[in-house]
Write a protein that binds this ligand. Structure first.
Ligand code: FE2
Length: 329
């Protein structure tokens, strides 16, 4: 493929390369190609975000509302915060109660739908205005300090895959194939961008019976990936427990359980994970997805990007997070 062809990948080709979890060329190869493509397109955007992170992060955070506390530190790809002290978290939980009362327990997907056990009840057209706490939380300096540091760049809320903001109900009662783990109930490592960082919030108390998000720390995940030849051509996206536990000790798996308001920061592109497996009790989780300027998938060639509301009075940092391509090229 020439440089010129790489710069203009049409939608049909993007779809083909992305189909069945990048089956055509394999995940690793497709990610390299996608990154080269997006770098040609958004390299300046990326350099701008990285430069501002390097030179002006403190100033940007101050202007956005000074961090309330010492930053959470992600180690080996993750960190769990149980302090319930992050800004806007109590507002998020109060609004979550209203959304759960209004929307939970009703299956919204048709039979045979992809991931029937997992439904996003967030309504992007109205909820950011009705429930502003969620974007306030997602754009708070305390969260952004952690995510920026991990990305070594000013992050953007993802506009394609995964959705930047999801309010998810996982429920075994909705599962078309109960008792047989499938799709994201099986181990995998996300390929959307490198790195892709999630901030996950438990919106209700969560135990193993809720089908918790489950992961291995990054270093161990990478050992599993290397030994299984995962992401190589011909290797499927989903990996069985037996394969993973033939390399990693099952005891190393961490279940994201805890009281409501517990927050997990995690690099889902580095830590092998699964979730929503056998959610006998419905699980409610907020999932915020952050990426850099240059993705490693082709979703932007064929998906309409999400648009997050921005006000003129928003800080520069908040505008950068809510508008992935803010720098006009
Ligand atoms: Fe995932």
């Amino acid at each position: 493929m020439t440089l010129e062809e790489l710069e203009t990948i049409p939608e049909s080709m993007g779809r083909r390369l992305h189909a069945n979890h990048m089956e055509l060329l394999g995940i690793g190869e497709t990610m390299r190609l996608a990154h080269a493509h997006w770098h040609l397109k958004f390299g300046r955007q990326d350099a701008w975000r990285r430069g501002l992170y390097r030179d002006q992060l403190t100033e940007l955070l101050e202007e956005n509302g000074p961090p309330a506390r010492h930053p959470v530190e992600m180690k080996d790809g993750w960190a769990i915060d149980t302090s319930r002290s992050l800004p806007h978290l109590d507002r998020v939980l109060a609004d979550a109660d209203k959304i759960i009362a209004e929307r939970s327990g009703k299956r919204q997907t048709t039979v045979g739908a992809y991931r029937s056990y997992f439904q996003d009840v967030w309504r992007p057209e109205a909820d950011p205005e009705t429930y502003p706490a969620f974007l306030d939380f997602a754009c708070s300096s305390d969260l952004l300090a952690v995510v920026s540091r991990y990305l070594q760049s000013i992050p953007a809320l993802s506009t394609t895959l995964p959705s930047g903001i999801r309010f998810v109900e996982s429920n075994a009662a909705f599962d078309d194939q109960p008792g047989k783990p499938h799709d994201s109930q099986l181990y995998h490592i996300d390929y959307y961008s490198l790195p892709n960082v999630y901030v996950l919030v438990l919106l209700e108390d969560t135990t193993p019976e809720h089908g918790p998000w489950t992961f291995l720390p990054r270093s161990l995940s990478q050992t599993v990936k290397d030994k299984l030849g995962y992401w190589k051509h011909g290797r499927g996206y989903r990996v069985s427990d037996d394969e993973v536990y033939s390399i990693a000790d099952r005891k190393e798996a961490i279940e994201f359980c805890g009281p409501r308001g517990t927050v997990l920061f995690i690099e889902s592109s580095g830590c092998i994970h699964f979730g929503s497996r056998n959610s006998l009790k419905p699980r409610f989780q907020l999932m915020l997805g952050y990426t850099g300027a240059c993705r490693t998938d082709f979703s932007e060639t064929f998906m309409q990007p999400k648009v997050y509301p921005i006000r003129e009075s928003d800080s520069r940092l908040r505008k950068m997070v809510l508008q992935k391509n803010l720098l006009k090229l």
